[in-house]
Design a protein around this ligand. Structure first.
Ligand code: ZN
Length: 304
């Protein structure tokens, strides 16, 4: 590591080998095209300054952090919240993280920081009850039953019809599907409004692959429509060993889901509406990449 390495690298929260991360970056994406290159991003000057001045205090817990506090989900003192972009999402996002997952490594927090009104993070096994909403909620998970994003509405409408039918079939006994949750308005199961109902919430699992399977097999998630993302390569510097480079970090998965949702399901033109979800991610990616470049002339030649 050279003396002019970015502070971010020196500040790494974990004891993991920094060198390995950089090596992995080199092998996974530095020689391929850079999908983070043409994003419509807010000015990252605030991050540049914060990176130069080093760690700062979390105004909520007092912890010393770089850019943001991964336990309080807020930016630190030298990253004023009004200087980071606010992203509006077309639907709610729930993220379920495994309790063993290291908070400092998770990119799920980026979503909460940049779209706080739309994103909720839950720590497994404390997750919401989704069963009654299974006609307007879907889970991102690549499996044999997964459907593509463009087919989500079709499958949710089918569920809605089935729910109405099963309600009519057994009117006499209390149906679990009819039970109303207190404090929740929204869609009731009747013929007049089911046609307009489409996806309202998308769920992501934020953990390593083995842990993801464990969470996925929880019966509370089993009945949900499963959605598969189109295959894309990750830029993640903490890319998991032995996993294909199509295994995305959580913030990449959320971002790509939204881009496809916008174009394939809403059928609207995508002009960068959600690019700022990668505000932190692209900056950190660039830092790691620059560190690599400054220490390796051959690699620098390759990417210029
Ligand atoms: Zn904090």
């Amino acid at each position: 590591m050279t003396s002019n390495s970015p502070v971010f690298l020196k500040e790494n929260e974990e004891n993991n080998s920094k060198f390995m991360e950089i090596q992995q970056l080199q092998t996974t994406s530095i020689v391929s095209e850079d999908p983070l290159q043409n994003l419509h991003l807010a000015s990252q000057e605030v991050l540049q300054k914060a990176q130069q001045s080093g760690r700062s205090k979390c105004l909520q817990c007092g912890g010393s952090r770089m850019f943001y506090c991964y336990t309080c989900y807020v930016p630190v003192e030298n990253v004023p919240v009004e200087q980071i972009p606010l992203v509006k999402l077309p639907l709610k996002v729930d993220i379920i993280k495994h309790p063993n997952e290291t908070d400092g490594k998770s990119t799920a927090i980026h979503a909460k920081l940049l779209a706080p009104e739309f994103v909720n993070i839950y720590t497994y096994p404390c997750i919401p009850e989704y069963e009654e909403k299974n006609h307007e909620v879907a889970l991102v998970f690549p499996g044999p039953k997964s459907v593509s994003i463009k087919d989500i509405s079709f499958h949710l409408q089918k569920r809605m019809q089935n729910n109405v039918r099963s309600d009519n079939d057994d009117n006499d006994r209390p149906s679990i599907k009819r039970k109303k949750t207190e404090g929740e308005g929204g869609c009731e199961l009747n013929d007049s409004n089911w046609k307009g109902t489409t996806l309202k919430k998308i769920i992501f699992i934020d953990s390593t692959w083995n842990q993801t399977n464990k969470i996925f097999s929880d019966e509370r998630l089993q009945g949900l429509l499963q959605v598969e993302l189109k295959s894309r390569k990750t830029c993640f510097w903490r890319h998991q060993k032995g996993k294909p480079d199509t295994f995305l970090s959580t913030i990449e998965a959320i971002y790509y889901f939204l881009v496809d949702y916008h174009t394939d399901l809403l059928k609207e033109k995508y002009v960068g509406q959600y690019d700022n979800l990668l505000f932190f991610y692209s900056f950190m990616y660039q830092l790691i990449k620059n560190a690599k470049c400054s220490g390796d002339k051959e690699t620098r030649k390759l990417i210029h």
